[in-house]
Ligand binder design. Structure first.
Ligand SMILES: [Fe+2]
Length: 371
C-alpha cells in the first residue's frame, strides 16, 4: 500500500527523559497522519505529525514529537492514519531520571550490507538506552533511494531504540556536479540542531556530538568549548563522552594520524578531561591508551584512573566495508583489528565506565574500564 508507514525511527527530543520523536515515510501523502501512544498496548494518546521535506526527497516524510512522557517508562506506539493504515505497534523505553547505571551502544560507517544489518540486530538485542552512529550512515552519496533502503534496514533497531547520529563526510552529499550538503541527513534524522552539534544528558553523563567535517567552523568550536567547560564544571556530571566522525589518532593504511584534527581538538579534550571519544571514518577497530598532550599516559592494562587521560576509540567497522591497517600501530595503540565491530558502553553511576568492543559475530574484541 502506497500509504503504508515505513522507515520508522525514534530519536530523543530536546529533553531525552521526557521527549521522543518518531519519523517515518510513505510513498504518497496521507490525511491527518498521527502517532498514537500510551503506557499500555491500548495506546490512548494521539499527536498529529508534521510533514518535513527537502528538494530531493523520495517520498513523504512525517515526524511527530511525543513530548509529555514519563522518564523510565515503557511506551507502546504506532504511526499512520485512519484512511491510509497504521504501522504495527512497537514499544520503547524512556531513560530513567536521576543517578542510575545504563548502557548505550555505538558504531560508525554503517551502510547497507549484511554486516550493517547484523550489527543493527546485535545492538538492538542489548536493549541500550540509546544507540549512536558516529557518521557515514547510508552511503547514499547523492543517490537518494539508497537512504530509503538504509532507513528500511535500520528499522529493526530504530523502531524500538532511539538512534542518535553525528555527520561524516558521506552525509555531505552531491548530486552530479551539485553539492546538496547535509540536507538529506538533516531532514531524514530528527536530531537537535539539525544534527550539526548538540549535547544531551542521562544520569551523570554528558554526551557531546559535533560535525568533524566542519572542523574549522568557529561557531561550532566555540559551542564545543562552552559545552565541555559547562559539563566539566557541573558537579552532577561525572562522565564526558564525545562523538565525532574523524579520528585524531590511528594506524589505518593511507590515513594514519589526522594532524589537523589533533591540532584543533586535542587541547580541548585534554583541558576539559573528556573521558571517552568515539570516532569512525577508518573502517577498523582501533583504541588508544589514555592520552594527554599527544602521548599515552599509561601503556599497559585495561583499567585506568579517571582524569589521567582521554581514551580515543575508532569503531568504524559498522558494516559498509573494511580498510587495511598499516604494518605498525601508533605508539599509543592499545588494541587494533580489521573487523566489523560495535561498542557496548556501561555508564556507571558510582563505579566504572566500562567499554566492551565486539565483532559482528558477537565475540569480544576487548574490554576496558575507566574508574
Ligand atoms: Fe568517513
Amino acid at each position: 500500500m502506497r500509504t503504508e508507514p515505513k522507515q520508522l525511527r525514534l530519536a530523543f527530543g530536546t529533553d531525552p527523559l521526557t521527549q521522543m520523536s518518531i519519523t517515518w515515510q510513505t510513498s504518497e501523502p496521507v490525511e491527518n497522519p498521527v502517532v498514537e501512544y500510551g503506557e499500555t498496548p491500548s495506546l490512548g494518546k494521539r499527536v498529529p505529525a508534521e510533514r518535513v521535506s527537502y528538494p530531493y526527497e523520495t517520498g513523504i516524510i512525517y515526524r511527530a514529537l511525543m513530548g509529555d512522557l514519563q522518564s523510565g517508562q515503557r511506551y507502546f506506539y504506532r504511526v499512520g492514519c485512519e484512511g491510509g493504515g497504521f504501522s504495527r505497534a512497537y514499544s520503547f523505553r524512556t531513560p530513567q531520571s536521576g543517578l542510575h547505571d545504563f548502557i548505550f551502544t555505538a558504531f560508525a560507517d554503517h551502510g547497507t550490507t549484511r554486516f550493517s544489518v547484523q550489527n543493527s540486530r546485535n545492538v538492538a538485542a542489548l536493549n541500550p538506552t540509546f544507540h549512536f552512529i558516529a557518521g557515514d550512515l547510508s552511503y547514499a552519496d547523492g543517490r537518494q533511494p539508497v537512504w530509503d533502503k538504509y532507513l528500511e534496514q535500520l528499522e529493526v533497531l530504530a523502531a524500538r531504540i532511539p538512534v542518535m547520529v553525528s555527520f561524516g563526510n558521506h552525509e555531505n552529499e552531491r548530486i552530479g556536479e551539485q553539492r546538496i550538503g547535509y540536507i538529506a541527513a538533516e531532514t531524514r534524522f530528527a536530531m537537535p540542531n539539525k544534527g550539526q552539534y548538540y549535547d544531551f544528558r542521562i544520569s551523570n553523563a554528558c554526551f557531546v556530538a559535533f560535525n568533524s567535517n566542519e572542523r574549522e567552523n568557529e561557531a561550532q568550536y566555540e559551542w564545543l568549548q562552552r559545552t565541555l567547560q559547562r559539563a566539566r564544571s557541573d558537579r552532577a556530571i561525572r562522565w564526558l563522552i564525545v562523538f565525532a566522525h574523524h579520528p585524531l589518532y590511528g594506524s589505518t593504511r593511507r590515513r594514519g594520524n589526522n594532524e589537523a584534527m589533533i591540532r584543533r581538538f586535542q587541547p580541548l579534550f585534554d583541558r576539559y578531561r573528556v573521558d571517552l571519544v568515539i570516532h569512525g571514518h577508518d573502517h577498523v577497530y582501533e583504541r588508544m591508551y589514555p592520552m594527554r598532550g599527544g602521548k599515552a599516559v599509561v601503556k599497559s592494562g585495561n583499567r585506568y584512573r579517571q582524569g589521567a587521560g582521554v581514551v580515543y576509540v575508532t569503531c568504524g567497522g559498522g558494516g559498509v566495508s573494511l580498510y587495511d591497517l598499516m604494518p605498525e600501530p601508533t605508539p599509543w595503540t592499545a588494541r587494533r583489528e580489521k573487523t566489523y565491530c560495535y561498542l557496548k558502553v556501561r555508564v556507571g553511576a558510582r563505579d566504572a565506565l566500562r567499554v566492551e568492543a565486539y565483532r559482528v559475530d558477537n565475540s569480544l574484541i576487548e574490554a576496558f574500564e575507566v574508574a
